[in-house]
Design a protein around this ligand. Structure first.
Ligand SMILES: [Zn+2]
Length: 226
């Protein structure tokens, strides 16, 4: 591919150059990212085999396993499946875009973005590298997660280095530090989706869950007796 093959469009997706070629069918996703993230000047969308494997298995890359990934990228959430090149996909991505720099697209692939092409591409490389290492760690044994204290220190370093705004901290850490913080747009979007489906999301300890299951089993057993 050469530079003259690039299709130049404006922020509404209207072609400004190229008679014979059309922009990517994923243009709505690219435009949404530019719209929601004024700091972003490059978007990389790809289907790298390891990252896409996690996306197909519907497993997010949000576990605190590698200090480098926490320092340079943060957690990589999985966004709900949407038909490629439609607004369905844009809708499922939108809540995550402001607070994350790379996303897994369920049953599809991955997208990363940044202030320039090199950084956006580097983030896709980090995503794929992290997916490979996570897969190997899962094959070898049980991946050991970094402690909340270790994560907090890494986030401090990241914040001091200016990789991350203080507001993004809660959300970037959401996959790492047990549940979404109240400032997490992605988290609250997920929660409100839960509500619109007819139920609030609640959190239970293992003990509370066991008690509920035991109680339910007891009720069923009682009913069967009568
Ligand atoms: Zn794609």
């Amino acid at each position: 591919m050469t530079e003259d093959m690039l299709v130049i469009v404006d922020t509404f997706g209207r072609k400004l150059r190229s008679e014979e070629r059309n922009p990517s069918s994923e243009l709505p996703m690219h435009l949404a990212i530019y719209r929601l993230r004024p700091d972003v000047r490059a978007v990389v969308h790809a289907h790298p085999p390891f990252g896409t494997g996690f996306a197909v298995a519907n497993v997010p890359l949000d576990k605190p396993l590698l200090s480098e990934v926490i320092l340079t990228l943060g957690c990589i959430p999985l966004t709900a499946y949407g038909t490629p090149s439609t607004n369905e996909m844009v809708d499922s991505l939108a809540p995550y875009i402001p607070h994350h720099d790379a996303l897994l697209l369920a049953n599809h692939g991955a997208v990363s973005y940044g202030p320039d092409l090199e950084l956006a591409y580097g983030r896709m490389e980090t995503l794929e590298h992290f997916a490979k290492i996570t897969l190997i760690a899962r094959l070898v044994g049980k991946p050991a997660e970094l402690s909340p204290e270790a994560i907090a220190k890494l986030l401090d370093v990241r914040e001091r280095a200016g990789y991350m705004s203080p507001e993004a901290r809660g959300c970037q850490a959401c996959g790492y530090l047990n549940g979404h913080s109240s400032s997490c747009a992605a988290g609250s979007a997920t929660r409100s989706q839960g509500r619109s489906n007819g139920g609030d999301t609640i959190t239970l300890t293992r003990q509370e869950l066991n008690a509920l299951i035991t109680e339910a089993a007891r009720l069923v057993a009682d009913q069967m007796k009568h």
